[in-house]
Ligand binder design. Structure first.
Ligand SMILES: Nc1ncnc2c1ncn2[C@@H]1O[C@H](COP(=O)(O)OP(=O)(O)OP(=O)(O)O)[C@@H](O)[C@H]1O
Length: 783
């Protein structure tokens, strides 16, 4: 259906002229933007308040624009559409217009609706397109052109997978990989485009096998949403969650290369400001911490901190002996709990109730002391001997004094202390009796024992959602913060009124025809604008603010998040405008998802939509055939994605028969295995010819392997760390051990096998080969 033709020199020259004009326009825009920025900065701040506001807004806007113009240098123009009606347009990373030529578009932004046929048009449904052209540029030079004529009579090349721009796509897929992911803006495929441009609202789940472009699609969706819904999203920002820091570094360049900076990239472990992850839980512990039931354990742990003493507690305040009676404490606690406020906010209710009780007690004691001291007191006829000696004001004074008294404060603190999440979790995980009490009936004795540790604040990734949950249960006594905010608002309003006053005066001397600013602006609007100014760096502010809620949240490798993680993520996105991408077949975390429905039910019930990606752009067919056997073992009904290309290179296998069998001690045979793998890795480096090489192995072999391949520029990773990444050549060491390591072992093996873009080797290390890997022939064997 599509017909690929080769370029002529004349075509190249035509395209070069257009590309040169586009770059000239880009240069001119950069020049103009930086001149305007320099002028504004030079003008200083001695101007009117209105000008100051405008200046700040303009500075930020111009800086962002300049960053964007710098970012789109490489591959500025990558496509052209020739329509059946004779018109044509060029597609690029941003939109550029020719001001000297009636604002004719020089480049259409890839996200604009007009650019859509570039990704969707097929011969069967050409959408008015006659020819699609892909331009490849190096620096500012057009070096290659691929044309597709959308003609039903022409020979069909990429039809079975519905590929668009197949030649350009294959060129992109065959390129050597480096340390970072690249954007795919020139070769987005139709099923990917549908997802990228899907509606902003609601929860969209993107299910796709390895290499189907889920990560790429998720990032391009972020760029698209920021373009299409800038008003809605720029103030609240977009959050992209990835599985680990290595992964975030790997994808870190994609959005800037698309000119987008309004996105916060984070791991789940990075979501609680003030707690840094330093340790890793083992699988079993991570699974326990991820259970939804942990929310009950934490709620009980907080409730346990709201104490009622078993026996009366004496407090000496100002030489007066008072008593905290269990009954009074229970009443005060019930009253505070009945407010259903978080612990630190309800604390004030408890303290107030206890102070009332103590003040009454103190007043009573004082009255009887006075009466005791004056035993022969006589009463006038109209005097009631039972009337209290102290009136309400006296009692209030006593109460105020008690509130200031250190002994009283300490005593009340012991019953209902102000707490931080770090305190509660640290105490819970290091104190058997606290844990036993909070987890009674929820966690088994074995689970409780597994959770106990010695260092309270050595946080793991699994602790982060628990800290976040506790922050919700505890709340912050933000009275002072609320007062500060109210003060700030008042100041902003006063400032805005000042601006209007100045403007009014200006108006008196200004041109009569000029619209009076005060007619269209009021103080409230100006105050809002002032607030907006401080919202411009939403991402920066979001980074340090646990209470920040995002305009849209994208979660990559979403299958790995635990129930507790989801509770935290959902709190950051009350609008539930989310894109969740992942692959249920790759779930490695013991607490991860077994199905999307089960994972989402507690949060959005049935209200989510599913999109699927079916084509594998990474893994060649030869490798995918092998990986499919593993997938069939994970679940016979799971469908592997179809590979776009074959390389003709079969995966190889090497059996280290001489390696000592696994006996649990590990150490000695780890060195032996590592020594044997080193020459294989070296050989792969040579084959990869400058491309990337990785060894994926069980955790216990990682150290030895790193030492043995040091200096070879080979990455040595566990499956956890390799997740989401890709390399030109991959060697999977000890596949049997990876598969047997846990109940998710086969999924881990599947992930390991699907990281390669070109070549795959499997090295058995004394363990028996998993049955599902029987398809890979042993090329070499150590005897
Ligand atoms: N339309 C496309 N054009 C060019 N390259 C693409 C396209 N789609 C995907 N790719 C490339 O395919 C590779 C795999 O993409 P990506 O990492 O996004 O897949 P994934 O589905 O997230 O994989 P996994 O589940 O294994 O992590 C990347 O190199 C990506 O750039």
């Amino acid at each position: 259906m599509t017909n690929t033709t080769t370029e002529t020199d004349a075509d190249l020259a035509v395209e070069q002229r257009h590309v040169t004009t586009a770059y000239a326009k880009l240069d001119a825009e950069r020049e103009e933007t930086s001149t305007r920025l320099a002028r504004i900065l030079r003008n200083g701040s001695g101007s009117s308040p209105q000008e100051r506001t405008d200046r700040d807004v303009a500075t930020t806007t111009l800086r962002e624009r300049l960053d964007q113009l710098e970012a789109v240098e490489a591959g500025l123009c990558f496509g052209r559409l020739d329509n059946a009606d004779g018109s044509s347009m060029h597609i690029g990373r941003i939109g550029l217009f020719d001001a000297d030529n009636d604002y004719e578009p020089l480049l259409i932004d890839w996200r604009a609706p007009a650019a859509r046929p570039f990704y969707l048009a097929t011969a069967a449904s050409p959408l008015g397109v006659r020819r699609r052209r892909h331009l490849r540029t190096r620096l500012r030079q057009v070096v290659d052109i691929d044309d597709e004529v959308l003609d039903l009579d022409a020979e069909d090349t990429g039809a079975d997978l519905g590929l668009a721009g197949e030649a350009a796509l294959l060129a992109a897929l065959n390129r050597q990989r480096d340390d970072s992911m690249h954007d795919i803006v020139a070769t987005i495929q139709a099923e990917q485009d549908e997802i990228i441009r899907a509606d902003l609202s609601g929860v969209l789940v993107v299910q796709g096998g390895p290499g189907t472009g889920k990560t790429a699609v998720a990032l391009h969706r972020a760029a698209y949403l920021l373009y299409e819904h800038r008003e809605t999203l720029s103030s609240r920002g977009v959050l992209v969650l990835g599985p680990n820091e290595t992964f975030l570094r790997y994808i870190g360049q994609v959005l800037p290369s698309l000119g987008e900076t309004g996105v916060l990239l984070s791991t789940v472990g990075g979501m609680f400001p003030g707690a840094r992850v330093r340790e890793t839980d083992d699988r079993a512990v991570a699974e326990i911490k991820g259970r939804a039931a942990m929310a009950d354990v934490l709620a009980a742990a907080v409730a346990d901190r709201q104490r009622v003493p078993d026996t009366p507690v004496a407090v000496v305040a100002d030489e007066e002996r008072l008593v905290l009676r269990p009954d009074d404490c229970a009443v005060a606690r019930d009253k505070a709990r009945a407010t259903r406020r978080p612990h630190n906010l309800a604390r004030r209710v408890f303290v107030d109730a206890m102070l009332d009780t103590l003040a009454e007690q103190a007043a009573g004691t004082l009255t009887s002391t006075v009466l005791d001291d004056v035993p022969d007191v006589t009463y006038a006829e109209d005097e009631d001997p039972d009337a209290v000696l102290l009136d309400a004001r006296d009692v209030a004074d006593i109460r105020a004094e008690l509130a200031r008294d250190d002994a009283v404060r300490h005593a009340l603190d012991a019953l209902w202390p102000e707490l931080t999440p770090q305190q509660v979790l640290g105490d819970l995980l290091t104190d058997r009796s606290r844990l036993d009490s909070a987890a009674d009936g929820v966690l088994s004795a074995a689970d409780r024992a597994a959770l106990l540790r010695t260092k309270p604040r050595r946080w793991t990734s699994g602790d982060i959602a628990l800290l976040d949950e506790l922050a919700e249960l505890l709340g912050e006594d933000d009275t002072e913060e609320a007062e500060r905010r109210a003060r700030q608002e008042r100041e902003q309003r006063a400032y805005a009124e000042g601006v209007l006053h100045v403007l009014d005066q200006d108006d008196e001397i200004a041109d009569e025809e000029r619209l009076r600013v005060a007619d269209v602006l009021d103080a409230e609007l100006l105050a809002e604008r002032e607030q907006h100014r401080s919202q411009l760096s939403a991402v920066e502010r979001a980074r340090g603010d646990r209470n920040w809620t995002f305009g849209h949240v994208i979660v990559d490798e979403a299958q790995e998040l635990t129930a507790m993680d989801w509770r935290m993520v959902m709190r950051r996105c009350p609008s539930r405008s989310m894109t969740l991408v992942g692959d249920i077949a790759q779930t490695g975390a013991a607490g991860g998802a077994a199905s999307w429905q089960q994972m989402l039910a507690p949060h959005v019930d049935g209200r989510w939509r599913l999109a699927e990606l079916t084509v594998n752009y990474r893994t060649p067919a030869e490798i995918m055939t092998l990986a499919s056997d593993v997938l069939a073992e994970i679940g016979p009904d799971l469908t592997p994605p179809k590979s776009v290309r074959a390389t003709g290179v079969e995966p190889w296998r090497h059996d280290l028969d001489g390696a000592a069998p696994l006996d649990g001690t590990g150490a000695s045979n780890a060195d032996e295995i590592a020594e044997a793998v080193a020459p294989l890795a070296k050989a792969e480096r040579a084959e990869a010819d400058g491309g990337t090489v990785a060894v994926v192995c069980p955790q216990r072999l990682q150290g030895s392997l790193r030492t043995s391949v040091a200096g070879e520029r080979v990455s040595v990773l566990t499956v956890d760390r390799a997740k989401g990444l890709e390399f030109d050549s991959v060697i999977v060491v000890a596949p049997g051990e990876i598969a047997a390591a846990s109940s998710r072992g086969l999924a881990d093996l599947y992930v390991a096998l699907t990281r390669a873009t070109q070549r795959l080797g499997v090295v058995t290390a004394g363990e028996s080969l998993p049955r599902c890997l029987g398809g890979v022939k042993a090329a070499v064997s150590d005897g």
